[in-house]
Design a protein around this ligand. Structure first.
Ligand code: MV4
Length: 445
């Protein structure tokens, strides 16, 4: 196991990773920016280092400075968390070069899955279902029109380097495609420095269901069931839960096995998530693979009773999985919501000083705090205050626990999205599991 782990992140995930390192008695190093001097992850670590100014590219993305801190402190591993440098191959390569283990898959796998086109190619080769479409970059708008007519409208125009819906557009005719192609290609080039575009058949009214996998360095791979992440707003997940009410046992097994096939086919190691789109007939299709721990990983931990960060650390330090697929538990139900400092009507970030903070407690409530009690939510980063996870023996019980927890969450001094979250978990459609990706537009507009 590692001598010392540098946590190259901030907010709730930094604190969460440090908590598991403490459990394993691994000394930790945290990094922080000028704006995060009072943040919880600073004091939680055994050592903490200022790495730069408030803006992420001066601090949390400051690869040179972070590597320096790793070397100065003798950290022999770096946990990148999610976002920030967690899928940055330059950083992963720099760690490797300095003999510091990057806790995640190889850089080759990060870049293979970082391109949606190369990911699709790998999945087609592995026999994992992908959405019907083209699996190479479109030369130009003219070719796009030919391909779209082959597939049949409506189609989804996508950027290979895309994420969060950027460079993606539903297109229903040649005219729409003519208008959409260049604009999305430009946005993808501006945002990601890569304008490669491709087209898929549009999957009507899908659900977004993702499978968590764990693979050790010898290729032993298990799936840790699914997470239902369909309730999204502008491609930001709002509510995540495990297991999904929509899946029957047969589909659950097929999706889990497809995820394991996907991971094994590329020689995956560590924790990863395969995202699928699934239609109302339960046909599922590979969407993308995330090569990092995800925000919503706690709902999987709660139903499997596994600590995914502990599993990541063990795998990265060369240990083999100590359990097989048949040993993976699936007990109870877990629901996660993200508490944001944002205006509940306009959904704008609403940073500022929290003057009172009372968090819900209880045996079935898990709170992953991004801020210290009464503190200031800065405008520099994602305005997440906390992740609230509620569990129960049944989904109904978990929803009751969530409703109670949300109603006893007190955050004064700034606006939060708690009222909007309450509307979702109290809605009849949510109770019934009618949670497709248009839930918010359909029920909460
Ligand atoms: C799709 C799709 C339907 N058909 N692809 C891809 C990125 C992810 N954030 C959303 N993605 C989707 N890709 C095909 N071929 C539906 C989604 C989708 C979605 C699309 C628009 C608005 C909200 C959405 C929420 C989840 C999934």
């Amino acid at each position: 196991m590692f001598k010392k782990v540098l946590v190259a992140n901030r907010g709730e995930i930094a604190s969460r990773v440090i908590r598991t390192c403490k459990k394993l008695k691994i000394p930790t190093v945290s990094i922080y920016s000028e704006a995060d001097k009072e943040a919880p992850h600073v004091d939680m670590a055994d050592e903490s280092f200022l790495v730069g100014g408030p803006r992420v590219n001066e601090s949390y993305l400051n690869i040179k400075r972070i590597i320096e801190v790793a070397k100065e402190t003798g950290a022999d591993a770096v946990h990148p968390g999610y976002g920030l440098l967690s899928e940055n191959t330059t950083f992963a390569n720099r760690c490797q070069k300095e003999g510091v283990t990057f806790i995640g898959p190889s850089t080759e796998i990060i870049s293979l899955m970082g391109s949606k086109i190369s990911a699709r190619q790998a999945m087609e080769k592995a026999g994992v279902p992908v959405v019907p479409g083209i699996t190479r970059p479109l030369k130009n708008e003219k070719e796009a029109i030919i391909v779209a007519n082959d597939i049949g409208y409506p189609v989804m125009l996508k950027a290979s380097a895309g994420g969060g819906g950027i460079g993606m557009q539903i297109v229903r005719s040649d005219e729409e495609l003519k208008k959409a192609f260049e604009g999305n290609q430009k946005r993808a080039t501006d945002f990601f420095g890569n304008g490669e575009m491709f087209i898929e058949k549009y999957v009507e009214n899908p659900r977004h269901i993702e499978i968590q996998v764990l693979a050790d360095n010898e290729g032993n791979t298990v799936y840790l069931w699914e997470r239902e992440c369909s309730i999204q707003r502008r491609h930001q997940k709002v509510v995540e839960e495990a297991p999904s009410l929509f899946l029957d046992e047969e589909t659950r097994k097929k999706m889990g096995e497809a995820a394991v096939t996907a991971a094994k086919s590329i020689g995956y190691s560590n924790a990863g998530t395969i995202e699928f789109l699934i239609d109302s007939d339960k046909n599922f299709y590979f969407l993308e693979m995330n090569t990092r721990l995800q925000v919503e990983h706690p709902v999987t931990e709660e139903i499997t009773h596994l600590d995914l960060v502990e599993e990541q650390l063990k795998i990265a330090s060369g240990e083999l999985l100590t359990f097989a697929q048949e040993d993976v538990k699936r007990q109870g139900h877990a629901i996660e919501v993200r508490i944001y400092a944002e205006d509940p009507v306009k959904f704008f970030p609403s940073p500022g000083k929290i003057t009172k903070l009372v968090t819900p407690k209880g045996p079935k409530v898990r709170n992953e705090m991004a801020v210290n009690g009464v503190s200031t939510v800065t405008p520099y980063y994602d305005p997440m205050i906390a992740k609230l996870i509620a569990t129960g023996e049944t989904r109904k019980e978990a929803i009751e626990v969530m409703k109670e927890a949300l109603s006893s969450y007190v955050v004064e001094g700034i606006k939060t999205n708690i009222p909007a979250l309450q509307k979702i978990v109290e809605h009849e459609a949510f109770l019934e599991g009618d949670t497709t990706t248009d839930f918010i537009t359909k029920y909460l507009k």
